[in-house]
Design a protein around this ligand. Sequence first.
Ligand SMILES: [Zn+2]
Length: 135
Amino acid sequence: MLPRFRARGGEARRGKDINHKISKRIVAEAERTGRGIALEELTGIRERARLRKPRRTTFHSWAFAQPGSFIVYKAKKAGVPVICIDPAYTSQECSQCHRTARANRPAQARFACKACGFIDHADDNSAHNISRRGG
Ligand SMILES: [Zn+2]
């Protein structure tokens, strides 16, 4: 399962320092383990760091309201690949047949594809979609 970090809007004021610390830690971890970072576009983060090599990479998923740019900046400096993903899209897309539909997500934790019948835990299905995009 992918680690997730979420900050709500109201916490943004005191969050800046924490965000710097967390983004530093995530980038360091990604660098150490040879992984990339997948940012969910919660607030319309538009920066994209291109992968240097088209290779299979495991991506951490990091959903965080404000500090996406910290991560992008720190990751870029460390040479860690970053991709930006649409969280709704990856959670509704079937990792087997790639059909995307809201109806594929009957419950928060459950994924059930209306097109091919594939069933998975919703987080696992999203994780497959995220890794595939990074690869
Ligand atoms: Zn399917």
